[in-house]
Design a protein. Structure first.
Length: 481
């Protein structure tokens, strides 16, 4: 490290600890925010500043250690289930190995070449980008957001290699962020999966109203598809992304050997199908079924590990098709792992009731909304939901908005279901900060392809567009149901 870079890094260290010290010793805790909450907020702000100013992993590791002194957790063992000890974290780690296997086997190259060679896609770059977003959206909904984003990003990297787009190029950023966008959307698309499941249960608990799942799907699915279509339009009109390299491609441009489905590609396809089916099976098999119970008990990480072991035992032409040691060594990006450790920690901290953060937010929302006309009330509450969800856990934000806004909405004659749908959808528009959502976490960790500045370039206009679509479609839909 050069002397200049070392001084710069020491300055970041000083700023980081100055913010922590300021919040932990000087800043008061206005009720219902607790002293624990002030410490958590101070540590979170220090992490965001440090994360933005340096790529060094010390920010993530120090933040994780200091979390033990905020007062939320008694010891390091108490937080492990929410971070490294959790099924979600381990599943993400194993998916890095899976992605490396798909690259190693030639599957990613084959899929990329296959997509680019489809007659209805050839010569139509925005159709290709739209197809990638749809693939990511479906995977994120039915397999999980980590699988949806990480697997589809692998296809994008391969496509960029084929057409010559460099990392951080506008074209690469547009595709990488487009996948991030649909990953965030997937959290609230299906009412019995992911965040939507918990949020809708909280809505029913607070209002006593049962949500009509068909009505919810009539809101969420078209809304998601409209956002995907408008994002593609924004790429063309607002950011004016030059995709001529993809436009001028012909099938002849793609190496013929890349379109050959080799035995290795077939095996990796079988692996991927098995992974998708087994991960999704617990959601469709009847409760109490022995297979459903077993799959649910071992979790996504257990399912993935079993498949990894099985594939590592298979040989083809006297060679291992799944050299698990080499794949883990080459496929796990450790900087992303360190970053995810800190972010999972903050997700657990910010939503903890001991901090008083949720109660504090709810206490000042009421006065903001009182006395406003119905239309303005809906817009204000929607905007606040979108802002808060980029700083707090998505599900926590939705529950806070239910508590603060549903009683006011009732006095204005607004259907509580209308607000419930709106807040559930808007609470997934979260990728302005790494701790805003899993999608935000992954894209901010992916500094190899997108810088923080590049993320904001796409994120801010996209969130505004998403909010407009959610509001307009919400009004239109509830005119008829």
């Amino acid at each position: 490290m050069s002397e200049k870079k070392q001084r710069s890094e020491l300055l970041v260290v000083a700023i980081y600890f100055a913010i922590v010290a300021l919040f932990w010793t000087v800043v008061p805790a206005p009720a219902p925010l607790t002293e624990v909450g002030i410490k958590v907020l101070g540590l979170f702000f220090a992490f965001i500043v440090g994360f933005t100013m340096t790529e060094a992993p010390w920010v993530h590791l120090v933040s994780f250690v200091l979390a033990m002194f905020t007062g939320v957790f008694a010891n390091i063992a108490a937080i492990m289930p929410s971070t490294w000890g959790g099924d979600t974290f381990l599943f993400m780690l194993l998916l890095f190995v899976v992605i490396e296997y798909l690259r190693f086997s030639g599957f990613s190259k084959f899929v990329s070449a296959y997509l680019l060679s489809r007659p209805f896609l050839v010569g139509h770059p925005y159709r290709i980008i739209g197809m990638l977003m749809l693939v990511a959206w479906i995977l994120a909904i039915f397999v999980g957001i980590f699988a949806g984003l990480l697997l589809t990003w692998g296809f994008i990297y391969q496509i960029c290699g084929i057409v010559g787009y460099k990392k951080h190029s506008p074209q690469a950023c547009a595709m990488v962020f487009g996948v991030t966008l649909v990953g965030a959307l997937s959290l609230s698309t299906i009412p019995f999966l992911h965040n939507a499941l918990v949020i809708i249960a909280a809505f029913t608990g607070s209002t006593g109203l049962e949500v009509n799942l068909i009505h919810y799907l009539l809101y969420s699915v078209p809304e998601n598809l409209m956002i995907i279509a408008l994002y593609l339009l924004m790429l063309k009109v607002l950011w004016r992304i030059d995709v001529s390299a993809m436009e001028n491609m012909t099938i002849d441009f793609i190496p013929k050997e890349d379109l050959v489905m080799t035995k290795e590609v077939k095996m990796s396809l079988a692996f991927l199908i098995a992974l998708v089916v087994l991960v999704f099976a617990p959601n469709v098999l009847p409760a109490g079924n022995p297979v459903q119970a077993a799959l649910k008990a071992i979790g996504n990480s257990g399912i993935t590990m079993i498949l990894l072991v099985i594939w590592s035992l298979i040989k083809m032409d006297d060679k291992e098709i799944f050299p698990i040691g080499d794949l883990a060594k080459n496929g796990i990006p450790w900087n992303m792992v360190w970053c995810s450790l800190a972010i999972f920690t903050f997700i657990a901290l910010l939503g903890n009731p001991e901090t008083g953060i949720s109660a504090f937010v709810a206490s000042f929302l009421g006065p903001i909304f009182v006395g406003k006309p119905a239309a303005l009330f809906i817009i204000l509450s929607m905007v606040i939901t979108i802002v808060l969800t980029n700083f707090m856990a998505n599900m926590v934000v939705a529950v806070v908005m239910f508590a603060a806004c549903l009683p006011i909405g009732a006095t204005l004659g607004i259907d509580p279901m209308q607000l419930g749908f709106l807040y559930t959808i808007c609470s997934s528009m979260a990728f302005l900060l790494p701790a805003a959502s899993p999608a935000g976490m992954l894209v901010f960790m992916n500094k190899e392809w997108m810088t923080t500045g590049e993320i904001y370039k796409y994120a801010i206009p996209t969130i505004i567009m998403m909010g407009v679509v959610a509001y307009v479609w919400n009004i239109i839909l509830f005119m008829f149901i």
